[in-house]
Ligand binder design. Structure first.
Ligand SMILES: Nc1ncnc2c1ncn2[C@@H]1O[C@H](COP(=O)(O)OP(=O)(O)OP(=O)(O)O)[C@@H](O)[C@H]1O
Length: 258
């Protein structure tokens, strides 16, 4: 089943064409890494998908176009790039905000809501700080709380913009495992990633963007070729198959042309 279907999507920001006819279909069960250099248009694609920037083209979420904000929040959860939290709320309260789309007006959270919040906090390893104010956590801890809020939403599609930024290796891998688990359970995750090593070893599929267009789309080993790492990212890299999947480590800039 298609959870995200984008067809011929165009976005202009100011006078600048930022997305130039993007088409992308994401099925249930996929963990897609959206990769590409700075300015390629990854964040704009996520924001346009969510209706947060004006666009031309078609966006269908779980087969529906033109959903209201509340209906959309039941289908798609979003972890934005900026993750500083300035509200003096407890961790549990912030994660509970993820349940808002499921609560009828003026009603209190029920057992299902409390379970979803507790599970999301456990998955992101923040249950131990449930009662602390988010403003008193470290940057990486705050990032994990906001990812937990999105997980608590229990939407079948999760869009996450650079979710591993600021996380230590243990929590980066925990996050990748969690996203892979969501995909195995029949949801799908689209994550913007700059860490090509994590993208290569954990994602089921990579979509490589450059200058507002998709230039490669497929399994990591087909997308992250040495040639593409040179032509799109301008780096030399170590790329090898390993028992754990594809290993990709950028090593140096490509030699300047003579
Ligand atoms: N408000 C704006 N007005 C004009 N141009 C913009 C605006 N916001 C973003 N852009 C431009 O749109 C392009 C795509 O930006 P976007 O943030 O989508 O890229 P990205 O691939 O997510 O980059 P990064 O990896 O750096 O986060 C960039 O060239 C950026 O300068």
């Amino acid at each position: 089943m298609s959870l995200l279907d984008v067809r011929d999507l165009h976005v202009r920001l100011g006078a600048r064409p930022v997305l130039r006819g993007i088409s992308l279909n994401v099925d249930a069960g996929e963990f897609v890494g959206l990769i590409g250099p700075n300015g390629a248009g990854k964040t704009t694609l996520m924001r346009a998908t969510l209706g947060l920037v004006p666009s031309r083209g078609i966006v269908a979420l779980a087969g529906n176009t033109g959903l209201s904000a509340r209906e959309r929040a039941k289908v798609v959860a979003y972890v934005p790039q900026a993750r500083e939290v300035n509200w003096p709320l407890t961790v549990e309260r912030v994660v509970s905000l993820g349940r808002m789309p499921h609560l009828p007006a003026f009603s209190s959270p029920g057992a299902q809501d409390r379970d979803a919040v507790a599970r999301a906090m456990r998955r992101m390893g923040v249950a131990a700080f449930a009662g602390r104010a988010v403003t008193e956590l470290s940057g990486g801890e705050q990032a994990r709380v906001l990812i937990a809020r999105a997980l608590a939403q229990d939407a079948p599609l999760l869009l996450a913009d650079e979710p591993t930024a600021g996380l230590d290796p243990e929590h980066q891998i925990t996050l990748m495992r969690t996203f892979a688990g969501i995909a195995r359970e029949g949801g799908s995750v689209v994550a913007c990633l700059h860490d090509l090593g994590l993208a290569a070893s954990w994602c089921t599929r990579l979509v490589l963007m450059e200058a507002g267009a998709v230039v490669a789309d497929g399994p990591p080993r087909d997308v992250l070729t040495l040639d593409r790492l040179r032509s799109v990212y301008h780096v030399e890299a170590y790329v090898r198959e390993h028992d754990h999947g594809l290993v990709v480590q950028p090593l140096d800039l490509i030699a300047p042309r003579q």
